[in-house]
Write a protein that binds this ligand. Sequence first.
Ligand code: GDP
Ligand code: IMO
Ligand code: MG
Length: 428
Amino acid sequence: MPAAVIIGAQWGDEGKGKATDLLAGRIDYVVKFNGGNNAGHTVVIGDEKYALHLLPSGILTDGVTPVIANGVVIDIEVLFGELEALSARGVDVSKLLISANAHVITHYHRTLDKVTERFLGKRQIGTTGRGIGPTYADKINRVGIRIQDLFDENILRQKVEAALDQKNHLLVKVFNRRAITVDEIVDDLLSYAERLRPMVADTALVLHEALERGETVLFEGGQATMLDVDHGTYPFVTSSNATSGGAATGAGIGPNRIDRVIGIVKAYTTRVGAGPFPTELFDESGEFLRKTGFEFGTTTGRPRRCGWYDAPIARYTARINGVTDFVMTKLDVLTGLERIPVCVAYDVDGERFDELPVSQSDFHHATPIYEEFPGWSEDITGARTFQDLPENAQKYVLAIEAMSGARISAIGVGPGRDAIVVRHDLLD
Ligand code: GDP
Ligand code: IMO
Ligand code: MG
């Protein structure tokens, strides 16, 4: 089984890090293909808890080669901070490879992210403030800085000059901030060049050769389908393609290389930041999910908005990504609820929508049509086979599977590495 993609099936934080970690023992390469340090993946191994942002979660497994591919935006200071923190805890980070074509997040991108949000006022996106949007904007606008530019001072200086020419007007005249000098940016970036050099590679070629040898490559998506810049709830999205197609462009492999697409869904739904969320709960049920599921952002610590499972979103995700298998996480969080509502369709001004409405305005005021399922009270954290789950938990999973457009091949029953029920091999 050569290539699989893991993607978020909702609005992020579904437990992609744990799913990657689950497979990492069987893979040779783990590749981050989109986003940057806006991601936050928590992986729990025994008593140890790791929070990964820029590095792919598979780095925690010995023997795996981690790759940061061309589609990622890199904050170099964060990169070295994360590498040092992992090294200090005994994780081998020496195999990391970084694409020469990945774009660099600089000081002015972070500043622009923050001031733009402030200017948007109540229309703000609620970004992570890590400079992600402005860096991708520069990439598309062809004024970005790439990792390879750090090895040619002359070119680097020209590019930073070109970028700052425009940005300083914006920073000073519109946002009332101080101008940023070319020297401060160039000096900062150059200070990392020699440490970066040994990690930089033609990662598309490396992955091609690995796949030709029949080695297994796992592409780990950051963010999620509903945050994808093309397919998500635009403009309340991140600025990259977090869907499975993003693995092809974001890593430089042909789409026909991808054999499995593994969608990660929670047994309910969460979202961080602004934007539509039909099943969002504002009552004690939402509070229950937030508390029981520890729904606070790994990156920003913000409380996550919580709501019931949304089947039309799962079906949409299955279609957009070509999901072959779902991993449903956090089923244990629902334990103790008497009845569990699941959104099966939407009502928009009296009209029923079984699939997502085409118009974003309709989606903004869609109200969920719920079907309710009986809950269970038994502790399920020790379940390791489907039969170990209480009958009502099994029924909940099977009902959701029937509505969601792909089989549910594994079920998370706790945060730990082994707290999982596997129904079908994810790589086979
Ligand atoms: P990611 O961004 O998709 O990698 O997800 P996050 O790490 O941001 O958030 C998922 C959270 O749920 C983490 O704290 C995980 O440790 C935790 N988690 C993952 N799977 C399960 C599960 O099956 N049950 C419980 N209770 N927690 C889980
Ligand atoms: P993981 O990989 C949840 C959200 C932000 C904001 C929007 C745009 O852990 O699932 P950005 O900083 O990307 O420009 O912010 O996207 N967002 C996430 N929400 N999980 C994430 O990553 C996210 N990455 C970005 O909250 O609403
Ligand atoms: Mg996360």
